[in-house]
Design a protein around this ligand. Structure first.
Ligand code: ATP
Length: 245
C-alpha cells in the first residue's frame, strides 16, 4: 500500500488536448494514498481532458504524469488500468439490464479471478454501499440515479485500484443525494486508495477534500491543502480575484 506521504499520482505542468488542439496548457496536481484531491473548474476548463490524459485516453503533449513513482509517458490506458488506475467517466455507465451483482462481477473481470471469487469480493462492495447489497438481484435500471452512481463506483472498486478517478459523480443528482454520494466517497479513504475527484458541486466536494486544485482555461490557478483554502479563494480562482459573484 502506498504511504500517504509519498504521492501516488503527480501531474506536473501537463499539456494535452485533441489532435492539434491544446485544451490543457499547464495543469499540476498531486494525489496521495488514502486521500482525496478535488479538481474544480468551470464548464470547459479542461477537467475531463486532464483526467483522460492521466488515464491514457488522451496523449500527453507536454509535462508529465507520474504514477507510483514512474513517468507514464505514452503508456496506453490498459497498462495504466493493470497498474491500478480506475477511471469512472462522466455519466452512469452501468449495464442497465444486468443485475447489480452481475455489474459488479463484470467490474472485477480484469483481475482474472473466478466468478465465485468475484461474487465473494462483491461482499466488500456491499459493506461500503449497503444499498447495493440489498438490491443485488435487481436490474441496475431499477435503481435511482444516486444508487447507479454508487454502482459505477463499486464496479470500478472491483478491479482493486490504488487510484480511483471520478468524473463528476454528482452530475444530474438531486442536491440531497449529492451529499450522500460524497459521504460514501469520503468513506473510501479508509481503504487506503487515493481518489482524484472532478466536481461541479464545490462545497460538497471541498468538504471531503484533502487537496484542492482549481483550473481555468486549461491552467492550474489555485492548488493546495484543503485546510488552507477558503471557499472565497476558490470563488476568486473561478471568476478572477475581486470579481462580483
Ligand atoms: P465540463 O464540466 O463541462 O465537463 P471540463 O472542465 O471537463 O468541462 P473538458 O470536457 O475537458 O472540460 O473540455 C475542455 C475543452 O475541450 C472544451 O472547450 C471542449 O469543447 C473541448 N473538447 C472536449 N472534448 C473534445 C473533443 N473530443 N474534441 C475537441 N475538443 C474537445
Amino acid at each position: 500500500m502506498t504511504e500517504s506521504d509519498a504521492p501516488l499520482l503527480q501531474v506536473v505542468h501537463l499539456e494535452t488536448g485533441y489532435g492539434d488542439l491544446r485544451v490543457v496548457r499547464d495543469v499540476s496536481l498531486t494525489v496521495r494514498g488514502g486521500q482525496i484531491t478535488v479538481l474544480l473548474g468551470r464548464n470547459g476548463a479542461g477537467k475531463t481532458t486532464t483526467l483522460r490524459a492521466i488515464s491514457g485516453l488522451n496523449k500527453t503533449a507536454g509535462g508529465e504524469v507520474r504514477y507510483l513513482g514512474d513517468k507514464l509517458g505514452d503508456a496506453p490506458a490498459y497498462r495504466r488500468v493493470a497498474r491500478g488506475m480506475a477511471y469512472v467517466q462522466e455519466g452512469k455507465r452501468v449495464f442497465r439490464e444486468l443485475t447489480i451483482e452481475q455489474n459488479l462481477v463484470l467490474g472485477g473481470f480484469s483481475t482474472r479471478v473466478s466468478k465465485k471469487k468475484l461474487i465473494a469480493a462483491a461482499q466488500e462492495i456491499y459493506e461500503i454501499f449497503p444499498i447495493l447489497g440489498e438490491k443485488r438481484a435487481l436490474p441496475a435500471a431499477s435503481m435511482s440515479g444516486g444508487q447507479q452512481q454508487m454502482l459505477a463506483i463499486g464496479q470500478a472498486l472491483m478491479a482493486k485500484p490504488q487510484l480511483l478517478i471520478l468524473d463528476e459523480p454528482s452530475q444530474g443528482l438531486a442536491p440531497v443525494i449529492v451529499g450522500e454520494v460524497m459521504e460514501r466517497v469520503h468513506a473510501l479513504k479508509a481503504t487506503g486508495i487515493g481518489i482524484l475527484l472532478v466536481e461541479q458541486a464545490v462545497q460538497d466536494s471541498v468538504a471531503i477534500a484533502d487537496e484542492v486544485s482549481v483550473i481555468e482555461m486549461g491552467r492550474t490557478v489555485l492548488s493546495g491543502r484543503a485546510a488552507d483554502i477558503t471557499l472565497e479563494d476558490i470563488q476568486d480562482a473561478y471568476f478572477g480575484a475581486g470579481a462580483a459573484v
